[in-house]
Design a protein around this ligand. Structure first.
Ligand code: B12
Ligand code: SF4
Ligand code: SF4
Length: 350
């Protein structure tokens, strides 16, 4: 099969398998890679040292797969028609980021990529060297997605697509197969800067640049440390991740809804009452969180986050819960619970 029709057949297969977006990127190098080095040098990665250790590979795909000639990049929407956090103002209820409401996306995408790879090998009629990645691999997924024509980099650093907004995950197959690359999409942010203005912690330090150390997604999911005191009040009711810079984006006003049922919210994950959520974390962490992205924070991380949200709530009904958390065996949980009690006491006095 000549390469253009092979590429078309691969794209058709990806859509049949259920991906919403698909394109082909060259194997690089890409001019924007230097942004990644600059970003690391400024310390914006915080505790995510795996980004530093994998730096060489991220800058050269051949260190990941020596035979790589092109990359098939796929996108899968996780948009649901549930409301946005910016329209829900109850401080006694926590916010879990939309991407984490349902099943862990890594497995969902990897299963689909595996089927696509099998289909590619059938089309080629031979086994070819290949590697699949979803999120955790040492590659710059958004750079590849841009060059595969899936979207443009938003100023909030998410990849945006006119049909799906930014509510989609990425997955890639690196291939020992020469395929014609797609055209990158042009930037459609224009003069807009809503995401930058809406970020509660000032984490978007410039257009297209995120200081992860200030980002609520990093602080509540990736960081294993104490949340800096000055940032705690700014976290508001966020207990796992944050969607604000995506919710305010005009391209996310009416995104096409995902067809994947596994991304619908589990019971108790959409805007949960903070006390009920704490009870679930304490009693059912092993059971209720199986196969959920929330496991990444571990039980201790979730309790730390809940304590901060309770402290920010100005709701005195959380005192008994916080008292209980001050007796937790983990120092991190204790310290955040004490902070929250002091914060609530100040509300009582004022
Ligand atoms: C580390 C990481 C994070 C960190 C840091 C995020 C960040 N913006 O860098 C934290 C924990 C904060 C995070 C949060 C989230 N993440 Co994340 N994350 C990653 C991961 C593992 C690496 C990203 C990385 O290398 N960052 C370093 C920066 C420098 O690289 P980059 O963002 O790709 O930047 C490129 C361009 O933006 C451009 N660029 C950079 N600076 C500049 C400056 C200018 C002027 C220009 C023009 C371009 C430009 O060049 C860069 C590469 O050199 C990727 C998976 C992967 N392997 O790529 C997922 C990934 C980016 N995350 C993803 C998601 C879904 C999220 C969250 C929405 C989850 C949530 N709600 O909590 C949030 C969104 C927050 C946000 N505004 O980005 C998706 C993004 C999907 C999409 N449509 O964009 C990915 C691709 C995972 C996946 N497979 O689906 N994430
Ligand atoms: S995810 Fe939240 S904290 Fe992070 S950059 Fe976006 S708005 Fe700011
Ligand atoms: S809010 Fe505006 S500037 Fe930010 S990503 Fe969306 S379109 Fe771009």
């Amino acid at each position: 099969m000549e390469t253009l029709s092979l590429k078309q057949a691969i794209k058709t297969s990806a859509l049949e398998i259920g991906f919403d977006l698909v394109g082909v990127a060259p194997a690089g190098p890409f001019p924007e890679q230097h942004y990644f080095e600059q970003w690391l040098a400024r310390g914006y990665a915080g505790e995510m040292t795996y980004l530093l250790h994998g730096c060489e590979k991220r800058l050269d795909l051949r260190l990941v797969l020596p035979e790589v000639k092109s990359v098939v990049v796929c996108g899968l929407s996780y948009a649901t028609d549930f409301p946005y956090s910016i329209s829900r103002k109850d401080p006694g209820r926590g916010w879990i980021s939309r991407y984490a409401w349902g099943q862990d996306y890594h497995q969902v995408l990897l299963r689909k990529l595996q089927r696509l790879l099998e289909r590619i090998q059938q089309l080629v009629g031979a086994k070819i060297a290949a590697k699949m990645y979803v999120d955790t691999g040492p590659i710059l997924e958004r750079v590849l997605a841009k060059y595969a024509g899936l979207g443009w980099w938003g100023k909030n650093t998410s990849l945006l697509n006119p049909r799906f907004g930014s509510w989609f995950f990425l997955g890639e197959i690196l291939l020992d197969l020469e395929l014609p690359a797609d055209e990158p999409m042009s930037d459609r942010c224009g003069t807009c800067r809503r995401c930058i203005d809406a970020c509660p912690t000032g984490a978007l330090v410039a257009p297209y640049v995120l200081d992860a150390r200030r980002c609520i997604a990093y602080l509540t999911i990736e960081s294993r440390s104490a949340i800096p005191l000055e940032l705690r009040p700014l976290l508001q009711n966020h207990i796992f991740g944050c969607d604000i810079c995506q919710e305010v984006c005009p391209w996310n006003r009416k995104p096409q809804i995902s067809s994947v049922n596994e991304f619908q919210p589990r019971d108790g994950f959409f805007n949960p009452d903070l006390a009920e959520f704490t009870q679930m974390v304490l009693r059912k962490f092993i059971g209720s969180f199986k196969g959920s992205p929330l496991r990444r924070s571990k039980q201790v991380g979730l309790l730390r986050n809940v304590a901060v949200a309770m402290g920010n709530s100005a709701e005195l009904r959380f005192f008994p819960w916080l008292e209980m958390l001050t007796k937790h065996e983990d120092e991190l949980v204790k310290e955040h619970a004490c902070w929250a009690i002091e914060t609530l006491q100040k509300v009582c006095q004022s």
